[in-house]
Design a protein around this ligand. Structure first.
Ligand SMILES: *Cc1c(COP(=O)(O)O)cnc(C)c1O
Length: 401
């Protein structure tokens, strides 16, 4: 019996080492990692620059409180602002905390302007924003909110994709729109560029803020530094996490200067958020992501993966309904003939490949961003072998039946 909370349906598989896109289990079996700790290990495992940075950082100051100046945090924040729409950053330890900061920032911006009743946020079904009480209320997924008391007030939920419905839902209370440009957990649904531009235009028209949750789709994963760049728009506030720490717990809420201005001393805080160790690692991850050609490589690999998945879809229409996602956040919606969760287990146990399920019976592929063409070909071979094995089993059942 495990002494841990039973909140996860864990596999007994445990890993000892990692090398790039490979994870090596305690018994020495090598796995192809198309899971990357759910989009966290952007640089794969044991990236030499990260390892060296961590070793050097271990001998320096790990933690000081945010009551002192933290040069590594100042530097990381400035670099993030230089590379994005933002002028101000708040560091957190997780994605949920980055969203919490985003929600507080939006509400407080209007409060400080004297619009005290303007706190409502339009959010979307199929989204995921984390597991804290505010973030489960923000996503509004009943399977996450049920049983935990009254959900935090102030969120309205719509189906994504319909701009008219969004405009109709705007009231004097609405302060912001919150959306994932590519929904990760909900089923790997990429919003169209027109839809994202339409949301931006509605925010501008009604004086509202656009909050993007790029915790999963950001940091290079879609083939741009941030996914909203595909639509040529900018948010007012953005939550970032997962890939930003490359495996070290780090998150960030980025905002335009005007929007962040009301977040004065006393309005928000975090003991660990943005400590020297976390920001040193964050800077090292960014060094790699900002290397010339890094994000172009992601884009290229994303297109290659999409092409191979199309071939696979043509070979196995009995299992593949459609292909979803963007770049290296790819989804395969499976037919009723396969359960995504079970297929994940098959790939893991029979083909030594790690993947993740998502909502709507979708198989999610999230390789480290350093994945290469041979890795992608190997992954597609494994997927093909798994579908072929399913075919063989179905044929056998027919014979015995
Ligand atoms: C993972 C995720 C979160 C929550 O991040 P945690 O670090 O688990 O708190 C929020 N939003 C999106 C889109 C995510 O994928």
């Amino acid at each position: 019996m495990s002494a841990l909370y039973g909140t996860y349906a864990r596999s007994p598989l445990a890993f000892e080492r990692g090398e790039g896109v490979r994870l090596i289990s305690q018994d020495g079996t090598r796995y192809l990692d198309f899971h990357a700790g759910i989009a966290v290990n952007a640089l794969g495992h044991s990236d030499p620059h990260l390892v060296k940075t961590m070793k050097e950082a271990a001998e320096k100051v790990w933690h000081v409180s945010n009551v002192f100046t933290i040069p590594e945090g100042e530097r990381l924040a400035q670099r993030l602002c230089d590379a994005t729409f933002a002028d101000s950053v708040f560091f957190t330890n997780s994605g949920a905390e980055a969203i919490e900061c985003a929600i507080k920032t939006a509400r407080h911006y209007f409060w400080a302007r004297g619009e005290k009743d303007r706190y409502e946020i339009i959010a979307f079904t199929g989204s995921f924003h984390g597991r804290t009480l505010a973030t489960i209320a923000a996503a509004g997924n009943p399977s996450y909110t049920e049983g935990f008391g009254p959900p935090l007030e102030g969120f309205v939920h719509l189906k994504p994709g319909d701009l008219k419905a969004v405009e109709a839902a705007i009231t004097a209370k609405t302060c912001a729109i919150l959306i994932e440009p590519v929904q990760g957990e909900g089923g790997v649904t990429a919003m169209s560029a027109e839809y994202m531009r339409g949301l931006r235009a509605l925010c501008d028209k009604h004086g509202m803020l656009l909050i993007l949750d790029e915790v999963q789709c950001g940091y290079g994963r879609t083939g741009k530094f941030f996914a909203h760049e595909w639509a040529g728009i900018e948010p007012d506030i953005m939550a970032v996490a997962k890939g930003i720490g490359g495996g070290f717990p780090l998150g960030a809420c980025l905002a335009k200067g005007e929007v962040a201005k009301s977040m004065v001393p006393g309005t928000h805080g975090s003991t660990y958020g943005g400590n020297p160790l976390a920001c040193t690692i964050g800077n090292a991850v960014l060094d790699r992501i900002m290397e010339p050609g890094f994000i172009e490589h992601v884009d290229k690999m994303g297109q290659l993966l999409a092409w191979h998945l199309q071939q696979l879809q043509q070979r196995y229409p009995q299992y593949v309904v459609e292909l979803r996602g963007k770049g290296l956040l790819a989804g395969i919606k499976l037919t009723d003939a396969v359960v995504a969760r079970e297929f994940v287990a098959r790939l893991r146990d029979d083909h030594q490949m790690l993947t993740q399920g998502a909502g709507d019976n979708v198989l999610r592929l999230l390789p480290p961003l350093i994945v290469t063409e041979p890795d992608i070909e190997e992954a597609v071979d494994k997927l093909g072998a798994a579908f072929a094995a399913l075919d063989a089993e179905t044929a056998k059942e027919h014979v015995t039946a």
